[in-house]
Ligand binder design. Structure first.
Ligand SMILES: Nc1ncnc2c1ncn2[C@@H]1O[C@H](COP(=O)(O)OP(=O)(O)OP(=O)(O)O)[C@@H](O)[C@H]1O
Ligand SMILES: [Mg+2]
Length: 300
């Protein structure tokens, strides 16, 4: 039960907005150096790895302190002049985040608006690439993985539930849940059985033929959960998955998630709701793109 299934190693995500030339130059050099670092890691060149790693760390530390000129000079040995008239901003959406997710965890990601929760979830779910840092799915380095392979990994190992459910309004609950199985290679009959089982496990065995507008908010969200679990992904990600639900339905959905988690399903969810976070086993507190606190919750 302690198997590591997902690991982020010193992940940064920066957005350069407008005309911040020196920041953009430094970022480019960091990315080049990172590529080199990945190569020496792959080659198992221990000494070169240590050197590159240390240089990368120093350059990134300067970058996150907004010392872009120093960061650039450290890597290239060349000086650039500070530009007083730079217009634009640098957003450090994630700043040097290291995290491990183990099989069977139920993790809440919390923090103020703009603290980097969704960005973090997008990295963990391989929906977006980091500016620097490494992501491992099991033992596999998936940071620089070819785009061609990504959809397959995503549909096989990663499930998603979002705030607005994303159910297709013209399809019934059953048809919505069958949808992700299109690529699973199972027979039509088998796919139907799998979808019915998933809907039964979220307590909707008697609502198979309802369309989304014939369901309550909580039921709609349960269909979305059924859709995410139907092909047994290693991890399910949720961003504000109870955001539009009232207190009672939120509790219902969280109890369902706890039940699925008890059976071994791993969940990582972003939430603003302290009650939701309390029902998770582990809480990761984000602040200004950093992990502020990472703690196990007492069983309530
Ligand atoms: N595409 C983008 N371009 C520029 N900046 C971005 C982009 N996406 C996110 N950001 C910035 O990155 C920071 C982190 O954003 P993120 O969406 O991760 O926050 P959050 O914690 O999920 O917030 P919320 O609780 O409001 O959803 C914010 O300051 C945001 O403005
Ligand atoms: Mg968000």
């Amino acid at each position: 039960m302690t198997e590591n299934i997902l690991k982020l190693n010193k992940i940064s995500k920066t957005y350069i907005i407008g005309n911040r030339k020196n920041a953009a130059k430094a970022q480019k050099e960091i990315q080049k150096l990172h590529k080199k670092y990945e190569d020496v890691c792959a080659r198992n060149d221990a000494r070169c790895k240590k050197e590159t790693e240390s240089l990368l760390e120093q350059a990134q530390a300067l970058f996150s302190k907004e010392k872009y000129e120093e960061s650039y000079r450290l890597i290239t040995g060349k000086a650039i002049k500070p530009r007083a008239k730079d217009r634009g901003a640098v957003v450090h959406a994630l700043d040097n985040v290291t995290l491990e997710i183990k099989k069977g965890e139920l993790v809440a990601i919390v923090g103020p608006s703009g603290s980097g929760k969704s960005t973090l979830l997008n990295m963990l779910g391989l929906l977006d690439a980091p500016t620097a840092g490494l992501i491992y799915l099991g033992d596999l380095n998936v940071t620089g993985i070819k785009n061609k392979k990504l959809p397959e990994i995503r549909s096989k190992d990663l499930g998603f539930v979002f705030q607005s459910f994303n159910l297709i309004p013209s399809l019934t609950a059953l048809e919505n849940v069958i949808l992700p199985l299109k690529y699973a290679g199972a027979s039509k009959q088998r796919r139907r059985e799998m979808a019915i089982k998933a809907l039964e496990s979220v307590g909707l065995g008697d609502r198979l033929d309802h369309t989304p507008n014939e369901l309550s908010g909580g039921q709609g969200q349960r269909v979305a959960i059924a859709r995410s679990i139907v092909n047994s992904p290693a991890i399910i990600f949720g961003d504000e998955l109870t955001g539009e639900l009232d207190t009672k339905m939120t509790k219902e959905i969280m109890e369902l998630i706890q039940k699925l988690n008890d059976k071994g399903q791993t969940f990582i969810i972003v939430t603003h709701n302290p009650e939701v976070a309390k029902m998770c086993k582990r809480t990761i507190y984000m602040l200004d793109g950093r992990v502020e606190k990472d703690q196990l919750n007492r069983k309530s």
